[in-house]
Design a protein around this ligand. Sequence first.
Ligand code: CTP
Ligand code: MG
Length: 242
Amino acid sequence: MQTRLNDTSASKAVVILVAAGSGERLAAGVPKAFAPLCGESLLAHALRGIFGCAEVGHVIIVSPLSHVEHCRDVAGGTNGTDGGKPRVDVVTGGATRTASVQAGLRALLPDDAIVLVHDVARCLAPPELFARVIGAVRTGEAAVVPGLPVTDTVKVVNAEGRVVQTPDRESLYAIQTPQGFRREVLEHAHASGASATDDAALVERTGGQVRVVAGDPMAMKITVPVDMLMAAALLKDGLHVR
Ligand code: CTP
Ligand code: MG
């Protein structure tokens, strides 16, 4: 008989929303989560996308130490599409993204069996993307990432600036968040103590299988100032680009 912890077929998901970065490259004068985009913070936009997915039952916001109350206020002032919203907890993050995810893992509740990790920097990720990732974990996948086929030609370049390889573009995908996991798979991956720019990489390194599902252009990552212009355009006209 399966334990409740492992029963992912029907349970709702928890989203660990990592928002503790400083946003140095965006240089907005505030941590990236609190930078304004069309009048609202990236955090507010991100929460609206998450709250819009009925399959999410719990959200853990990982905040900069200085902004915990601010996160609570933003969460309190943001509603889902039908007015309802999941339980929201706020914890403080660490010095790296990986450490911030681990702070979120420590705040999981006993019933949290499906865990999604999402970057506040991808604040326009729509509810359907969360639902797609959760659906794939429910069908039995251990780890699920959204991805879009790469349209640029990508080259591997060495320290001297010389191209050493041009991988076949057919097999290249740009990977987004939210990334979804069976809880024990993500905890095991992080127990290795290694660091990575995404959580799926830790699962790969610990021998786990990672499934790719269709990503969404709206889940673009805001990193540098020009990305804000792109995000503002998507926010106004997003449905036409999918
Ligand atoms: N993040 C985090 N804790 C950290 C570093 C990053 O929670 N110590 C989060 C960011 O808030 C972001 C995501 O991880 O949502 C991806 O990181 P990135 O885009 O690099 O954001 P920042 O680290 O804030 O930006 P920068 O690297 O330019 O300072
Ligand atoms: Mg960073």
